[in-house]
Each structure stands twice: as C-alpha cells, then as structure tokens.
Design a protein around this ligand. Structure first.
Ligand SMILES: Cc1cc2nc3c(=O)[nH]c(=O)nc-3n(C[C@H](O)[C@H](O)[C@H](O)COP(=O)(O)OP(=O)(O)OC[C@H]3O[C@@H](n4cnc5c(N)ncnc54)[C@H](O)[C@@H]3O)c2cc1C
Length: 399
C-alpha cells in the first residue's frame, strides 16, 4: 500500500520538529522522517519573541518556560586589545517597549517537549529510518527511506541539516566555508545575579557570550581556536572556573562550571536557492553560521513560518510549486543579510587588518551613541521587515 501525506518533513532536529507541528496545526497530514539525533545537545538557544510566539502557538512554550530565562538586556563588550576598541553597547528591551527580547532555553528540554508534542499529534506519523532517496514528480514527491519504506507527499520541508540528503536529491547546491574557530559550550553557576543581562565579549578568537539561565546560572558559548579545544576540555575544573571568571572580568563573581562541556565546530553554509519543485529548505539545511547575536534557529523558525504561510497562500500542499517560488523569493533577503552580517562581524573580530577593526569599532560606537540607530537595529533584529509588516501569521496568532 502506498503511504500518502500532505507534507513530508525530513529531519527531526529542532527545526524539523517545529516544522512538523506547524504543518499539523494547519490540519495537514504529516510524514515526519526523524531518526534519533546523533548526540545529546548540551547547548542552550536564545529565542527572540517572534520565535517564542510560535512555540506558544504550537502549545510547547508553557512546558519549557520554567527552565528558560528572559533576556531583558543584551550587552556587547570589546574584549580585544586592539588599537581600535569599541565602547560598550547595551540594548534594553524596554527601549522598544518589550518586556524581554526573548528567552534562553536549554536545547534538551526543548527537544523533548517538541517530540512529546509530535508523538501526541494524530496528524503526524513518525518514521525513524533516515531518508535514502527522493524524486519529485508533477503531482507529488516520492521519498525512499533506508529501511525500504516508500511514501509520497504533496509538499516537503527539508530540515535534515547541513549535509541534507533531500537537498542533494533535488539538486540544490550549497556554498560552504569554515572559520579557524570551534565553540566551547558549557553552563555555569555564579555568585552574583545576572539581572537578565546577556553579555557578549568580542575577543580576537571570536565571541565569548554569557546568556542567563534561571537563578544564578548562565550558559556560555566561547569561540576558541580548534587546536585549543582539547586543552580546555582536559583542564582541571578549578582552573577552568578561574579562566571563565577572568574572561568574564568577574562581572558575575566566582563561577562554577557544570559537567557536560561540549565543543561544536563553526562553519557557514548558504544554499543557492531555498526550494525547488515541491520542496522548501528550512533551518540549517538552507543556512548556517557562527553563533553571534542569537540568529541561527531564529532564522530557521522564520523559514518555517514563511513556508507555512506560502503553502496556505497557495491553497495548501497541492499548490506547492507556487508556494516554493514565493518562498524562495521571500526568504532571500532575510537569509543572505543575516549570513553576510554574522560573517562580516566574525571576520572583523578575527582580522588583524586595521581598517576592518576601525569599521567594527566605529559601527558599535555609532550604535552606542545614537539611540534612534540602536532602536532601528533592535527592531530589525527582532522582526526583519517589521516596517512592512514582516511578522508571520503564525507568530501573530497566539494560542
Ligand atoms: C554553539 C552554538 C550556539 C547556538 N546558539 C543559538 C542561539 O542562541 N540562538 C539561535 O537562534 N541559534 C543558535 N544556534 C544555532 C542553532 O543551534 C541551529 O540553528 C539549530 O540547532 C539547527 O537546527 P536544525 O534542526 O536546522 O538542524 P540539526 O539540528 O542539524 O537537525 C538536522 C536533523 O536532520 C537529521 N538528519 C540528517 N540526515 C538525515 C536523513 N538522511 N534523513 C532524515 N533525517 C536526517 C539529523 O539526525 C538531525 O536530527 C547555535 C549554534 C551553535 C553551534
């Protein structure tokens, strides 16, 4: 018997699980091709308010809110010893009439809440076997799984990550590049209150970013040279505590790093197009970049909102080809501008080229000194295209 669905979502990471729930919420029958993740994810994710609204709409936010912390102030401190150094810049949510920019959420509980919701949904059928091959036809897309299962769907969302099999099967090329950086990821407790402030230190190795967790705890994303990773992972805990406190300039007092430190290599990727035929790329299948300014998954969730909006505007999954061309056109500015912006900022940090350093310091100085510019940057950072009503119907309709 042929298995037929309205939508196939390939990949069960955070983007895939959200995509499956968002499609099911529209009343579409979903094939969710989601093998178990390759490893536990010790990271936390700072999600901005538009993304939180989406989690609320999908009825998972109340499950993760208790383990999440609000982000009311985001601060950038220049931790370089360069000739051109930037003044501190603080962005306060209250400046744009928000209670918080968003929340910092540990990935594991978020992942579990999303997967509980996909299991509970009558509209979603989960397949644990990975995708092996796919072929797009005039009326649908046929997907072959590694265990021999074959199914068809009117439309597909490719959320199978950087090395996406579905993206390759439909012939979309990607441009990839790497950086001389890995991210050390850890959580730590600290003596002083963080006051709901996230602090991003800009250093010669890249960002060193503390993000609040509930209580006197925070998460840390620390960009280091790849050949330093083993040294930090092997460090005595007391020495590592001291190293982190020193790099934080003791703004949170003494720190105690918790178990579960992980390293993630940093690289970038951008797809040449964000969809073809009946398939749209969402999340890291279409774009990836270093973790600066909490952009990656927020951008991935905007993909999902816009993909669902495009399918709805095309009359549902039957109208996938029209939705795909609409989606491809609409995602371009948001994805390319975020990818280029993060890349430029990261390169400016790593660069020893003086004009590049001056440009970075000058840009931050302008943001610090000119409130209307800071206000514009904050609004654009929260909701790209806000002046043209950039919010999706999914993030606008709560509950
Ligand atoms: C250190 C770090 C910190 C970050 N912090 C933030 C932050 O604060 N805020 C933010 O917005 N973003 C952040 N990001 C980015 C964010 O983590 C990513 O955007 C997000 O995890 C990507 O999720 P994804 O589901 O698109 O991809 P993945 O998590 O890579 O999921 C892809 C899934 O596809 C599956 N898959 C692979 N092959 C197949 C196949 N053949 N068939 C079926 N399934 C397959 C895999 O098993 C996997 O589960 C951070 C990233 C890093 C590295």
């Amino acid at each position: 018997m042929q298995l037929q669905y309205d939508i196939a979502v390939v990949g069960g990471g955070l983007a895939g699980a959200v995509a499956a729930l968002a499609a099911a919420a529209e009343g579409w029958r979903v094939a969710f091709i989601a093998p178990p993740p390759p490893r536990q994810d010790g990271r936390t994710t700072a999600l901005l308010s538009q993304s939180i609204d989406l989690l609320e709409h999908l009825r998972v936010w109340d499950q993760v809110q208790p383990v999440s912390a609000p982000l009311r102030t985001m601060r950038i401190l220049d931790g370089t010893s360069r000739l051109f150094r930037a003044p501190p810049v603080s962005f306060h949510a209250s400046e744009i009439d928000l209670d918080a920019f968003g929340y910092n959420i540990p990935n594991e509980p978020l992942f579990e809440a999303l997967h509980r919701a996909t299991s509970a949904s009558q509209a979603i059928e989960r397949f644990h076997s990975p995708l092996a091959a796919a072929a797009q036809g005039d009326a649908d897309i046929t997907l072959d799984l590694e265990d021999g299962t074959q199914l068809t769907a009117r439309a597909a969302l490719a959320a199978d990550g950087r090395n996406s099999a579905l993206r390759e099967a439909i012939g979309i090329q990607v441009k990839t590049w790497s950086y001389p950086q890995s991210a050390l990821v850890m959580n730590f407790s600290h003596r002083l209150n963080h006051g709901d402030i996230s602090t991003e230190f800009h250093t010669e190795q890249g960002p060193f970013t503390q993000v609040p967790l509930p209580g006197k705890r925070s998460s840390l994303v620390w960009a280091v040279k790849p050949d330093q990773v083993d040294r930090y992972l092997a460090m005595e805990r007391a020495d590592l505590n001291q190293e982190v406190e020193q790099r934080m300039r003791s703004i949170l007092g003494a720190v105690e790093v918790e178990d579960g430190i992980q390293a993630w290599p940093l690289s970038s990727l951008i797809a040449s197009s964000f969809g073809a035929g009946r398939t749209m790329l969402v999340g890291e299948t279409g774009h990836a970049f270093p973790p600066i300014g909490a952009q990656g998954l927020n951008l991935g969730l905007r993909d999902i909102m816009q993909a669902i909006d495009a399918l709805k505007a095309a009359g549902g999954p039957d109208g996938a080809p029209r939705a795909v061309s609409d989606y491809n056109r609409k995602r371009r500015i948001d994805v390319t501008s975020r990818t280029a912006g993060v890349d430029l900022l990261n390169r400016a940090l790593l660069s020893s080229f003086l004009p590049m350093q001056a440009l970075r310091a000058g840009g931050l100085a302008a943001l610090s000194a000119i409130p209307p510019l800071r206000n514009l940057a904050m609004r654009e950072g929260m909701t790209p295209g806000w002046r043209k009503g950039g919010a999706s119907t999914l993030s606008a309709q709560r509950g």
